[in-house]
Design a binder for this molecule. Structure first.
Ligand code: FEO
Length: 412
């Protein structure tokens, strides 16, 4: 069984000739400079040995080259690696290219056609690449690596690698999650119940704009009729006991089926807007909804986006700030627009103590979001009195009715 020490410092055997040589990152507080990493993250990489040739699948982000090299050297010298396979070129898997390419002078570089373009763009190494297409394969000697095109999962260059004889799938970012692997590499070594929220947060942030591609990818895989004995994603645990546990969860989350769930994002300077939010939340719960309430000033944006999966409606609440939208609320309006949270029923309530109503500014975002704006858009001046309370309850009732009547399909 892997231990914290072994996972940090040692290569881990998955099956004979297939090794995990990834690294655990507890150093960087954010992924993509946006999403919190309270439990770290793993950048998984794998060494696959055939009778004649060895392939290294994926690398790591910069800053981890020394650990990465030490792990491979426990198995073989880097100079004997024949192929380096890039399933995708985002820098979390490619940042150490300048060091590793130098350490593996003989290695042929394998990537998709688009990956070759990115290799040139990021590292000036495009000429060294053999571009492979969907279905192409590499003979390692008694073992075959097959490459399968899965563009837009979540970059245009993405491909999966599949070790045919052993039915081991390396699906790049698909089926990944946040969280380092200190307590075990394999799905049967870790507490999956506490891991799933990190996987959902990963899907909700990194892949959420491409959920349709996740569904298509799973369909394409099923139609291809290839089995999976072991699933080796580029982040998160290796599934040797039950690969379907993560695949079925991704399928469910990516379908984004509407549930009786509302995400509320509410900002407040002195608490009055949260008092309004509490009235709306209570009334929605009274209507049978699960409410995920986030303080716009304190929430982790990745958690908010993770909860948007399977949500049926949204509530935005916030005060006027210097005649504009309270900035921490506006951040979420921008984020939801960027992540294409389109078509949802949306309720709003605001504060305009200085008599400047920010509702029209919020509505410009809602137009971009193609939102089904729910009436009344409530505006208060200070703590909610009985009149405002009644309006907020009506707003919650109307949102609940709109969600129940609505047959929209969320885009992301
Ligand atoms: Fe894990 Fe899209 O890189």
């Amino acid at each position: 069984m892997a231990t914290a020490e072994s996972n940090s410092d040692k290569a881990v055997k998955i099956i004979d000739g297939v090794w995990w040589v990834g690294v655990n990152d507890h150093f960087n507080p954010l992924f993509e400079g946006l999403w919190a990493l309270p439990h770290g993250i793993s950048y998984n990489a794998y060494l696959v040995q055939g009778k004649n040739k060895t392939a290294l699948i994926e690398l790591s982000r910069n800053g981890f080259a020394e650990t990465f090299i030490k792990k491979i050297e426990q198995i073989m010298p880097l100079t004997e690696i024949d192929y380096i396979v890039h399933n995708h070129l985002e820098p979390d898997h490619s940042g150490i290219i300048p060091i590793i390419y130098k350490a593996c002078p003989q290695a042929e570089i394998i990537a998709s056609g688009k990956g070759k373009v990115f290799l040139e763009q990021f590292y000036g190494e495009g000429k060294r690449v053999r571009a492979v297409g969907d279905g192409d394969s590499l003979d390692l000697g008694g073992r075959t690596l097959r490459f399968l095109g899965y563009p837009w999962l979540h970059w245009p260059d993405t491909m999966f690698s599949y070790l045919v004889e052993d039915k081991v799938l390396f699906p790049c970012d698909a089926f990944g999650g946040f969280g380092a692997l200190d307590r075990g590499l394999f799905d049967d070594e870790i507490d999956l119940a506490s891991y799933w929220p990190e996987a959902k947060r990963y899907l909700g942030t990194i892949v959420a704009s491409y959920l349709g591609h996740v569904i298509k990818a799973i369909d394409k895989w099923v139609k291809g009729g290839m089995g999976i004995n072991i699933l080796c994603p580029s982040h998160g645990p290796v599934y040797r006991s039950n690969p379907m546990s993560i695949i079925s969860r991704y399928q469910e989350w990516a379908r984004n089926d509407k549930q009786d769930k509302v995400v509320m994002v509410v900002g407040s300077m002195w608490g009055n807007t949260h008092q309004m939010g509490a009235i709306v939340k209570h009334r929605l719960e009274h209507n049978g909804f699960t409410v995920k309430y986030f303080d716009a000033a304190l929430a982790e944006p990745g958690q908010v986006l993770g909860e948007m999966l399977n949500a049926g409606g949204i509530v935005f609440g916030g005060p006027t700030y210097d005649t504009n939208i309270y900035p921490r609320l506006e951040y979420y309006l921008m984020l939801f627009r960027g992540k294409k949270k389109n078509g949802y029923p949306v309720a709003t309530f605001t504060q305009n103590s200085w008599k400047v109503d920010i509702t029209p500014k919020i509505n410009r975002y809602l137009e971009d979001l193609k939102a089904q704006v729910v009436s009344p858009q409530v505006v208060a001046q200070g703590p909610p009195d009985n009149i405002i309370k009644k309006k907020l309850e009506l707003l919650a009732d109307n949102l609940a009715a709109k969600i129940k009547d609505s047959c929209f399909i969320p885009e992301g």
